[in-house]
Design a protein around this ligand. Structure first.
Ligand code: BGC
Length: 260
């Protein structure tokens, strides 16, 4: 068994669990602590420390971040503090937790994509797969024959309304918008359909996997999503995908000691 702790930093909660990265299984019930108001780096690091203590864990840690992550640096912050932008967050967390830890960070939707491709709804699917997460924001993971193309940020596309108005996809079709605007599942499902149709036009994926908390209630809105050519299915790992993908990624990044 190869165990790595996975942590998912979400808009409302930070969730963690030890993961067997060879099977994708969580080895203990996941622990959730509310994301600190404003999600500033110091406060997030503090919660990370609490999660490590809860599991009495030391070692390699995979952490998702809801923004662009390149070479361990956090380069955007749509739904968290601006202080993250340009930070070497990987080093900040590794040093902040102390010598017994080795933290590896990746984008949250990319983590979900890795997990769905290996253990979930996109397992064994060849060709282009788009994993789209609908939550506080909209995240995307582009996979080709199971290989991830990181940081695609397709939630920030603009769609044109019938009257020609530009609509920011995330601000129009995220799960948060449905709640904030009190949209019915039919109305919101129509928006998701419009958004996925545009992605279908651009990428012609074989399969769309839709994740985020709403994937648990897919029967309510998926019937309103109509696509010409692509199949669309809810994420199989539901909201565990981020934790599993983070752990998988960190396992790949660690020095090759004990691999295989
Ligand atoms: C961010 C993405 C993230 C998504 C879901 C967007 O606002 O730009 O990086 O994957 O939200 O959290």
């Amino acid at each position: 068994m190869d165990v790595v702790l996975g942590v998912d930093i979400g808009g409302s909660g930070m969730k963690a669990a030890p993961v067997d990265v060879t099977t994708g299984e969580l080895l203990a019930e996941r622990m959730r602590i509310p994301t600190p108001q404003g999600a500033e780096p110091d406060a997030v690091l503090d919660v990370l420390g609490q999660l490590m203590r809860h599991f009495d864990y030391q070692g390699t840690v995979g952490v998702t971040f809801p923004g662009i992550v390149q070479g361990g640096r956090t380069l955007s912050a749509a739904n968290v503090s601006e202080q993250w932008v340009g930070m070497d967050a990987d080093t900040f967390m590794t040093q902040g937790l102390g010598d017994d830890f080795d933290v590896h960070l990746l984008n949250d939707a990319d983590a979900a994509g890795l997990a769905e491709a290996r253990f979930g709804a996109a397992q064994g699917v060849q060709g282009t797969v788009l994993v789209v997460t609908l939550g506080t924001g909209i995240g995307s993971a582009l996979l080709m024959d199971g290989q991830l193309v990181p940081n695609t940020e397709l939630g920030h596309l603009f769609l044109q309304s019938r009257s020609g108005k530009a609509r920011h996809a995330e601000s129009w079709a995220s799960a948060r918008v449905r709640e904030d605007k009190g949209l019915s599942y039919e109305e919101w499902g129509g928006r998701v359909s419009r958004y996925l149709n545009h992605l279908e036009l651009l990428f012609s994926p074989t399969l769309f996997v839709v994740g985020g908390g709403v994937s648990k209630k897919a029967d309510k809105w998926l019937p309103y999503v109509q696509l010409e050519r692509s199949r669309v299915v809810p994420a199989a790992l539901k909201n565990e995908a981020g934790i599993v993908g983070a752990a998988m990624y960190a396992a790949q990044q660690r020095p090759s000691l004990g691999e295989g």
